[in-house]
Design a protein around this ligand. Structure first.
Ligand SMILES: *Cc1c(COP(=O)(O)O)cnc(C)c1O
Length: 320
C-alpha cells in the first residue's frame, strides 16, 4: 500500500524533472456531456505520457550503485519510452522489451532516447518475464510498468496537481491498464478530499479491472484486442488492485468505435493529440457512460503517443 505522504514525497522528488501539465476547461465537451468538463493533459508530459512521472520517481529512489548498473523493463510502449527518456536524462543505461506489434512511433522514440530495444511476444506476461531474465543476467534493475510503490506514487503526483487547480473537483476519470495510474491518483485524491469520486475507464474489450472489481479478486484476460494499446494489460496488479478495491468508485466501459471517434474529436475540437488509451475517459463522458450530471469532472488524458499512419487511416475512414 502507498499513502498520500508517499505521493507528496514523490512530487517533491520529481518536481524539477517533470512538466506540471495543464488542466484545460472545455465548453464544448461540457455542453455535450452535461458536466463541467476539465481535461488533464498528460499527453503533454515529457515522453508523451504520465508514465514519465513513475519512471522518474523510481530511478530517483534507487541507490546510486544500482542506478549505475542500468535499468530494464517490459512495456507496450509508453512505460519503455518514459523509462528510456528518464534514463537518458539521468545518464543511466536502459533496455526495453516491447511486444512484436508495438507501434513504430513508440519503438523509434525509445531508440531515439538511446535505449536498447528488444521485441518479444505480444502479451505483457511474455515481455515482463523476458525483461526480468535480462535483469538477472546483467545485474540490472527491473522496473515494473505499474505494480510497484515507487511507480504508483510517481503516477499519483498528477492527482495532486489536479487538486491544486481544482480543489472542489467532484469526479476524476482515469484509464485503467495495470492500475498504477489509478491507484496512485485515487490515493492522492481520496486521502485529500472527502467528496471526490474516482472512476476507472476501460475498453469493453480489455475490461480486466471491471471484471476483477465485480468478482472481488483479480481476473486475468487472454487474447486482448483493442486499439487502446496502453490498456492491453491482462489484469490489474497484485499491489495496485487492493487500492482499486479500496478507493475506486466504479469502472466504466467504452467501445472501440467510441474510443476512435473521441481521438478524432479531441484533435478537432480541443486541438489535442491524445492516443486511444488516453481518450477513454473523454469517451466515457461524451457517450453517456458516467453515472452523474452537472459535476466538476476531470478526464485524465494519460498520453499522446499515436502512430500517425494509424491516425491518418482513421481520419480517412471517418470521412467515408
Ligand atoms: C500505461 C498507460 C495507461 C494505463 O496505466 P496503468 O498504470 O497501467 O493502469 C493508460 N494510458 C496510457 C497512455 C498509458 O501509457
Amino acid at each position: 500500500m502507498i499513502s498520500l505522504e508517499d505521493v507528496k514525497k514523490a512530487r517533491e522528488r520529481i518536481k524539477d524533472w517533470i512538466h506540471e501539465t495543464p488542466l484545460f476547461s472545455s465548453a464544448t465537451f461540457s455542453l455535450w456531456s452535461g458536466n463541467e468538463v476539465y481535461l488533464k493533459a498528460e499527453n503533454l508530459q515529457k515522453s508523451g505520457a504520465f508514465k514519465f512521472r513513475g519512471a522518474m520517481n523510481f530511478m530517483l529512489s534507487m541507490d546510486e550503485e544500482e542506478r549505475k548498473k542500468g535499468v530494464v523493463t517490459g512495456s507496450s510502449g509508453n512505460h519503455g519510452q518514459a523509462l528510456a527518456c528518464a534514463a537518458k536524462i539521468l545518464g543511466v543505461k536502459a533496455i526495453v522489451v516491447v511486444p512484436e506489434d508495438a507501434s513504430s512511433a513508440k519503438v523509434a522514440a525509445i531508440e531515439g532516447y538511446g535505449a536498447l530495444v528488444e521485441r518479444c511476444g505480444r502479451s505483457s506476461t511474455e515481455r515482463i518475464s523476458r525483461a526480468m531474465e535480462i535483469a538477472e543476467q546483467r545485474g540490472m534493475t527491473f522496473v515494473p510498468p505499474f505494480d510497484h510503490p515507487w511507480i504508483m506514487a510517481g503516477q499519483g503526483t498528477t492527482g495532486l496537481e489536479i487538486l491544486d487547480e481544482l480543489p472542489d473537483v467532484d469526479a476524476v476519470l482515469v484509464p485503467c491498464g495495470g492500475c498504477g495510474l489509478i491507484s496512485g491518483v485515487a490515493t492522492a485524491l481520496k486521502e485529500s478530499s472527502k467528496k471526490v469520486k474516482v472512476y476507472g475507464v476501460e475498453p469493453e474489450r480489455s475490461n480486466s479491472t471491471y471484471l476483477s472489481l465485480k468478482a472481488g479478486h483479480i481476473v486475468e484476460l487472454k487474447n486482448i484486442e483493442t486499439i487502446a494499446d496502453g490498456l492491453r494489460t491482462a489484469s490489474p496488479g497484485k499491489i495496485t488492485f487492493p487500492i482499486v478495491q479500496k478507493y475506486v468508485d466504479d469502472v466504466l466501459l467504452v467501445s472501440e468505435e467510441e474510443i476512435k471517434n473521441t481521438v478524432l474529436l479531441l484533435l478537432e475540437r480541443a486541438k489535442l493529440l491524445v492516443e486511444p488509451s488516453g481518450a477513454v475517459p473523454v469517451a466515457a463522458l461524451l457517450y453517456g457512460k458516467v453515472p452523474f450530471k452537472s459535476k466538476k469532472t476531470v478526464a485524465l488524458m494519460s498520453g499522446g503517443n499515436v502512430d500517425l499512419l494509424t491516425l491518418s487511416k482513421w481520419i480517412e475512414e471517418s470521412k467515408a
